[in-house]
Unconditional design. Structure first.
Length: 532
């Protein structure tokens, strides 16, 4: 049997030089620039023991944090806005460096949502977290009923690399406002942003342990999922989501899964085609298409198909592609492996008959750049139709009519967002209602995810649970029901003794079941008479 030492340094002494180098390499994340390919630094991978220690600190801190008033918590958390304002440009630059996204996107899609949600919850949380009086029932005369919410304890937040700042910070502030402490595991693909997250929470003066940030890879995420947390809020791929859910099932604790998408955009004959074409291009290529809510399938009625495609090509040609310093609209892909998926999907599509009308290949320069790509002649057998591409590709599908588009949009493994394009708003709303997804827009695309009033989440393989909106706070609480006897009734109809109650209870039951309220009431009065 192999001998194991408890301390990693002791274990290293028993290894060869090669093994030591390998061990050191595997305990850090080496971060490379998506723009130039240069090494930007390395970041430690948090071990299982250190994950458990972080969770223990968060558990200890939760005892005091949950006792703070909501106003105290909001006062502390609102300081995040001051920190973001003071460091806006350097944070935006570092997030761009980490992800490759344009500076405009770094502020618009990473910092701005955090501020918008803080502002929203500062006003909304007091209403959500206050005890509410509920109506009572004729079964319970003399009693008052209430509903309130209490924090769950310690929340694990495991986040992806595509919006590495906001997809960790928005759930974190939601959970903190609700009175929980949090342990955040940022993506190993974007560790520079992981450090920014740590800095932001350090700077607002939270008590020790209220927010723990643990950098690391899948092994760190797995250790966190298996640790003594009270809920896991996971954003990432379906494959990892399954593992997280399996880990959560062992204890069992609640889990929320925000997974992938293959969002449909349905363009009806009567749509404003200019606007729809611009939306398809922005919705398909913003953040280099690395969005769970990217437009990944465009269904266009055949009468307008060719005109719409011409407009899309014209708009795509106008885009500026490059690094953040080149004031680009689309940067490189963030994750090296994702560009392989994009290439494989395009290759498969072309082999099965798709036409590349624009782009189609990697850009010949250092870093992870790929051309914005427009494909037509798409069929359901293609990977580009069936799987999430998560890259700068816009597949356009010609359909006979809107009914066919709705059927195809819904006949899919994913159901995150969708959009419908028509000048007839009433019809647009009806079609939006028929889309099987968690969020839908009419004559708009993607941005609804940033509206703090709207709940966000998916159906089918896109996951379950909702955050943002009211659910964004309430999802990090347990609901408690409270009933109070005000001492107004002299006797208890349901308690012992039972003698002589059967017949009157039967009347009460029949009355209630048949909607005959006077009969039900009379029966309950009979119960009261036979009680003490
Ligand atoms: P991923 O599943 O590879 O990784 C997500 C996170 O899980 C990372 O922090 C990773 O380290 C961690 N992880 C890996 N293995 C783990 C394990 N065994 N246990 C626990 N954690 C583990 O996903 P990704 O590539 O970072 O993100 C891209 C995916 O995220 C896409 O599918 C995209 O659609 C999805 N996404 C969804 C939303 C949404 O809100 N629905 C938002 C953004 C991204």
């Amino acid at each position: 049997m192999a001998r194991t030492c408890c301390h990693p340094w002791l274990r290293l002494r028993t290894l060869s030089l090669m093994q030591i180098l390998e061990a050191l390499r595997s305990s850090v994340i080496v971060k490379k620039s998506p723009v130039t390919g240069e090494v930007l630094g390395d970041f430690p991978i948090t071990s299982r023991e250190d994950v458990e220690a972080a969770v223990a600190r968060a558990r200890k801190a939760s005892l005091a944090w949950k006792q703070t008033t909501l106003q105290e918590r909001l006062r502390t958390l609102m300081r995040i806005n001051d920190v973001l304002r003071a460091h806006r440009d350097s944070f935006a630059r570092r997030i761009s460096e980490d992800t490759g996204k344009p500076l405009v996107d770094a502020i618009m899609t990473e910092l701005l949502p955090v501020t918008a949600f803080l502002e929203h919850y500062e006003k909304r949380a007091p209403q959500l977290l206050t005890r509410k009086k509920l109506p009572s029932s004729i079964l319970f005369p003399g009693k008052s009923t209430y509903q309130e919410h209490f924090p769950m304890g310690v929340i694990a937040i495991i986040s992806p690399w595509n919006f590495p700042f906001q997809l960790a910070v928005v759930p974190a502030i939601s959970a903190l406002i609700a009175g929980n402490t949090v342990v955040i595991k940022p993506s190993e693909v974007t560790p520079i942003t992981g450090e920014i997250i740590r800095e932001v929470f350090d700077r607002i003066g939270l008590p020790k342990g209220v927010v723990e940030v643990i950098q690391g890879d899948g092994s760190t995420g797995a250790a966190l999922s298996e640790s003594a947390v009270d809920k896991i809020f996971f954003t990432g791929s379906v494959a990892t989501g399954r593992k997280v859910m399996a880990a959560a099932a062992k204890r069992p604790i609640p889990v929320e899964l925000e997974l992938g998408g293959k969002d449909a955009m349905i363009v009806c004959e009567d749509a404003n085609l200019e606007r729809a074409a611009r939306a398809a291009v922005w919705g398909g290529f913003v953040n280099c298409g690395q969005m769970c809510t990217s437009v990944e399938r465009v269904f266009v009625e055949e009468k307008i198909h060719d005109r719409f495609v011409d407009m899309v090509i014209r708009e795509t040609k106008r885009m500026r592609v490059g690094g953040p310093d080149e004031s680009a609209e689309m940067g490189p892909m963030t994750f090296p492996r994702q560009i392989d998926t994009v290439e494989a999907h395009i290759k498969d599509a072309v082999a099965k008959g798709a036409k590349v009308l624009f782009g189609g290949k990697r850009i010949d320069r250092p870093g992870q750049f790929h051309e914005p790509t427009v494909l037509t002649n798409i069929t359901v057998e293609m990977d580009i139709y069936r799987e999430e591409t998560f890259g700068p590709v816009l597949p356009i599908v010609k359909v006979r009519n809107v009914e066919e588009a709705i059927r195809m949009a819904n006949d899919h493994q994913y159901g995150l967002n969708g959009s419908v394009w028509t000048k007839d708003i009433k019809r647009g709303l009806e079609l939006a209602s028929r889309l099987e997804c968690g969020q839908a827009t009419v004559n708009d695309v993607v941005t609804s995810v940033g509206n703090p009033h709207l709940p966000f989440g998916g159906v089918k393989n896109s996951g379950f649970g909702r955050y943002h909106g009211d659910e964004g706070i309430l999802g990090f609480t347990h609901t408690k029901a409270i009933m109070v006897d005000r001492g107004l009734m002299k006797s208890e109809p349901f308690w012992f003794p039972y003698e002589g109650k059967y017949d009157v209870l039967r009347d009460a039951f029949d009355g209630l079941a048949s909607g005959n309220l006077p009969k039900a009431l009379w029966g309950f009065v009979g119960m009261l008479r036979k009680s003490r």
